[in-house]
Design a protein around this ligand. Structure first.
Ligand SMILES: [Zn+2]
Length: 390
């Protein structure tokens, strides 16, 4: 079968399962689960695969809510990534309920091509994108070691081929002081909350003198126990982001210095831990162009990144550091709707979101076929990856 006929076939196979995957996407939307706790979402996708006789490997990378499945055999290997975690308090405000389903739908459509598939498609169920860098565990477990390409799409409010996803590192700070009666013996205390707030104020001042594409933000997780006790402990969780790895390291030093200074001022002790780094997403240009050609054939024109736009960060960045990859955005809304909002969570359960899920599944499956069938494309993908890595 030629490539055009295979693409037509996978489009048909996506449509054939569309209604059942609409139901799965809506069920996952109704039962949002946080990072590493996506038992329902993972089970729904695994059930859909096993119902069609797919052998699913559970506990991939040692994670209870990760899985892998394969179709075809041999090289080349194309990985499709399926995310399904949600946000605390907001549910599926990042639209992962229509993303994990799309990759699974694409995988099953490619499996239907069966013997005509001269390579392997690997579906990787990747938990904990919103918190905890689940994909890093899967990278370490070798889920992408032999992959020639890694792909997913992300739900958004516009079609964007190469969104800027920043490098990011998390910071936990803990200020330790000395408790005392706040009225009777305040002079015996060291106020850890004041230390934290002085550091917080210094962060606001720092924001005025850093690059405009730098981001740092966070929440206070402990501000003391009672109003009449000088707090002996205060803590915060922060995130530091930049599109530039070297600048990210400089920001880390300067952000931490805010709290070091505050600890000195107040006579408190500072303890801190940095998380693993979420790497910058490196969009593989030839792979992205193949994806854009496929969405165009499906009636959607991908747009380039708008100058000055920054999105969040994703552990897909770590994957694109070790495998040529793409992480385009496909709109599930009719106009601008900010991500991580109540409105975006509502958008993730609309007919528009489900229609985009099918389109995303088709475009991913068609691009996987391009990679498997086209040796020239694979060479260009590899060359672009090697150049980007230096
Ligand atoms: Zn997301």
């Amino acid at each position: 079968m030629d490539l055009a006929a295979l693409k037509a076939r996978v489009r048909e196979r996506v449509d054939a399962r569309g209604a059942s995957f609409d139901r799965i996407a809506l069920a996952i939307h109704e039962r949002p689960e946080l990072a590493f706790e996506e038992r329902f979402a993972c089970a729904e996708l695994v059930r859909a695969l096993e119902a069609e006789g797919v052998r699913v490997r559970r506990d991939a990378g040692g994670l209870a809510t990760a899985f892998t499945a394969e179709a075809g055999k041999g090289k080349p290997v194309v990985a499709l990534l399926a995310e399904y975690d949600a946000l605390p308090g907001l549910g599926h405000a990042c639209g992962h309920n229509v993303m994990g389903t799309a990759s699974t739908l694409a995988f099953l459509a490619l499996r239907d091509v069966g013997g005509d598939l001269a390579g392997t498609v690997r579906l990787v169920g990747t938990p904990a994108e919103e918190h905890g860098n689940g994909k890093v565990h899967l990278i370490r477990a070798g889920a992408f070691a032999d992959a020639d390409a890694a792909m997913m799409y992300h739900a958004g409010d516009r079609d964007e081929l190469d969104p800027l996803m920043l490098a990011m590192v998390g910071l936990e700070v803990e200020l330790l002081g000395k408790a005392a009666h706040a009225a009777a013996e305040p002079h015996e205390g060291r106020n850890a909350l004041d230390a934290l707030l002085l550091g917080w104020t210094a962060l606001s001042a720092l924001r005025l003198v850093v690059r405009s594409d730098a981001r740092f933000h966070g929440i206070i997780t402990d501000g003391g126990k009672a109003a009449n006790i000088i707090p002996d402990r205060a803590a915060a969780r922060l995130m530091v982001r930049s599109p530039d790895n070297a600048y990210l390291r400089e920001l880390q030093r300067r952000v931490l210095a805010c709290f070091e200074g505050a600890a000195t001022q107040t006579g408190c002790e500072l303890r801190h831990t940095w998380s693993e780094t979420c790497e910058l997403v490196r969009t593989n240009r030839p792979l992205a162009e193949a994806f854009a050609a496929n969405t165009r054939a499906l009636g959607r024109e991908m747009r380039p990144r708008r100058p000055g736009d920054t999105h969040g960060s994703t552990d897909m960045g770590n994957v694109t550091s070790v495998v040529p990859g793409i992480h385009p955005f496909l709109s599930i809304t009719d106009g601008p709707v900010p991500g991580h909002s109540v409105a975006f969570a509502a958008a993730a359960a609309t007919p528009r979101a489900l229609e985009t899920m099918r389109l995303g599944a088709k475009a991913l499956a068609m691009t996987a076929l391009d990679v498997i069938a086209d040796g020239v494309l694979r060479r260009r993908v590899r060359e672009a990856f090697d150049v980007a890595r230096g």
